[in-house]
Design a binder for this molecule. Structure first.
Ligand SMILES: [Zn+2]
Length: 201
């Protein structure tokens, strides 16, 4: 699954020759292009907006142009850089897929694109680090994030069908107390994932 399938990926995460400074430099995010050049950009994950303006020197966003930064539920900071405009403000809770701003070429940039970077932390300086130590590979992070999100949205009917059809019969023929406990635990995980009360703990 490619989280960036609606974009053209023009520069991947990793070591590269910097397009402006012409020196080898680690690219801490991915460069994505959508058309038109000021096309809308949407949040890749839900979270709280912590920054939504031009990144000034010393803020951790110097050279990033106009930036929207969104903190997810794990404390990672999702940075949308070089925007031409923002559509959210600090403190807003945004949902995945919600519009955050318009693509642009503000800051140190050679053309309209979205630089998308995921930082491990939000402070100090918005989690900025000089090297790649403070960031994660965006494609893999989003794939992991989405797969866990999907597990947490199990339909209640499906969860109960699995419990009734497979787990209850397995519990009935389980040979040891440890096996019974484990089956009970699995049933509870399914109940919790589908928004129901646990019954065994
Ligand atoms: Zn970039």
């Amino acid at each position: 699954m490619n989280p960036f399938e609606s974009y053209r990926l023009t520069s991947p995460f990793g070591m590269r020759m910097h397009p402006v400074y012409k020196v080898p430099k680690f690219h801490k995010g991915v460069d994505l292009v959508t058309t038109p050049s000021t096309g809308p950009l949407y949040a890749f994950v839900s979270g709280e907006v912590t920054h939504a303006k031009e990144g000034t020197k010393g803020s951790g966003f110097g050279g990033y142009g106009i930036v929207v930064a969104i903190k997810d539920n794990k404390g990672y900071l999702h940075c949308y850089a070089h925007l031409s405009a923002v559509s959210v403000k600090v403190g807003d809770k945004v949902k995945r897929g919600q519009k955050v701003g318009l693509q642009g070429s503000t800051g140190v940039s050679t053309g309209a694109h979205l630089h998308y970077e995921i930082r491990k932390s939000c402070s100090p300086s918005n989690g900025y680090t000089e090297t790649e130590s403070g960031v994660v590979e965006p494609t893999k992070y989003l794939q992991d994030y989405y797969s866990k999100e999907e597990i947490s949205i199990v339909d209640k009917k499906d969860a109960n069908a699995i419990i009734d059809k497979y787990l209850k019969p397995a519990w009935g023929v389980a040979k040891t107390p440890a096996d019974k406990l484990e089956i009970g635990r699995l049933a509870d995980e399914l109940r919790a994932a589908s928004g129901q009360e646990k019954q065994n703990s």
